[in-house]
Design a protein. Structure first.
Length: 373
């Protein structure tokens, strides 16, 4: 056989081998994705990083699920057209309760929760402590919300506070929040201050018009506000206390940032007293079985019989939720996580309130909204 024929034969064999490899790869890819169901959800932005975590994605694939998400504020989720979604995952009880009423036949799954907190600075905390507004608890602070609101309602400025050597600025005292018209974290802040200004009572519908005026300075004095809770927190991490000495956040944001090494020694977490928990309830929409499977994997209720073999996957997902700063019913695991990461956070909460009903909270938000206009 001459050289040309040998070369031609070699090329042919290489071509055949290449085709076989390509076919093999395609078959492997098909088999790898076979049985993976796509689940679409509309979620609060504070859970976006959780669902985009490669470890979470891989754990869900083990359970046969691939989650695709859109994000929106909980108020918007509660009033959205949910066609095309398998589940919704808002923040806070009021929004989830409205969705459950509107979506008859949907199934609700209680997953994780996080207390509301205030991100601040050691020097700011010391000033507030000297003025009877905060108390040091050994690494974190308790913020007396009633005393702070007195300063805000009186229009006090930072340079008017006694023993203030580190923040002598002519700015009014405020907690920076997101836009209450769109964001759950601001709505939880609104729930807290409505309780305080209503003589430590959860607001009722007939009290809305009476208490809205007392809450106006807390929001209208802030100027432009972001619609997502991540925006103010990113400003806190990057811009320092000159931008906002007090920022209303989810505790989970601070914890996740601390684990990643983004929290500097001068940064400190403050817990308002009273405080409020943001509970994250996943609602599988009516007839959406894959939404139900996801809800079962992220909750701590008994797994259905056909998912009993996924107990290890669920344990992995709940551990990852803790890694992202969320609290679960496994208090021991959370304490161990906090100790391992040297987190200075509260382990016990005494003065915790519930938010008002969705209708009352909506009435409060509308009252604030009208004054924005």
């Amino acid at each position: 056989m001459d050289t040309k024929r040998l070369l031609a034969l070699g090329l042919s064999l290489m071509l055949i081998f290449g085709v076989l490899v390509a076919v093999g790869v395609s078959v492997w890819q098909i088999s790898k994705t076979q049985g993976i169901a796509t689940v679409r959800g509309l979620i609060g932005s504070e859970k976006e990083l959780f669902f985009k975590d490669p470890a979470v994605i891989e754990a869900l694939r083990k359970a046969g699920l691939e989650v695709q998400i859109d994000t929106a504020g909980s108020r918007k989720i509660a009033n959205s057209n949910l066609a095309g979604y398998d589940f919704v995952f808002p923040s806070g009880v009021p929004a989830s309760e409205k969705i459950r009423r509107d979506q008859a036949g949907g199934k609700a799954y209680n997953t994780f929760f996080t207390p509301m907190a205030v991100a601040s600075w050691q020097s700011i905390a010391k000033i507030l402590e000297a003025n009877g507004v905060a108390s040091d608890k050994g690494g974190y602070y308790i913020l007396n919300l009633a005393e702070l609101l007195k300063l805000i309602q009186a229009g006090k400025r930072w340079n008017e506070l006694k023993d203030n050597n580190d923040y002598k600025v002519n700015k009014t005292i405020l907690i920076a929040s997101t836009d209450v018209r769109s964001s759950n974290s601001a709505a939880m802040y609104l729930s807290l201050i409505s309780y305080v200004v209503n003589n430590n009572n959860i607001a009722q519908m007939n009290e809305v018009s009476q208490i809205v005026p007392a809450m106006m300075p807390m929001f209208l004095g802030q100027g432009w506000q972001e619609s997502s809770s991540q925006g103010p927190f990113d400003n806190y991490l990057v811009m320092g206390m000159g931008k906002a000495p007090l920022v209303m956040i989810y505790e989970s944001q601070f914890i996740a940032a601390a684990r990643e090494g983004s929290i500097r020694p001068e940064m400190v977490l403050m817990y308002p007293e009273p405080t409020i928990f943001t509970k994250h309830t996943l609602i599988a929409l009516p007839g959406k079985t894959n939404g139900e499977r996801l809800g079962a994997l992220l909750s701590e209720s008994d797994l259905p019989p056909d998912m009993a073999d996924l107990a290890a996957v669920r344990a992995e997902l709940l551990k990852l939720a803790t890694k992202h700063g969320f609290r679960t019913n496994d208090l021991k695991a959370f304490r161990e996580f906090a100790e391992a990461n040297q987190l200075k956070i509260s382990q016990d909460f005494v003065d915790v309130i519930d938010p008002p009903s969705y209708e009352v909270l909506e009435g409060l938000i509308v009252g604030i909204e009208q004054n924005y206009k």
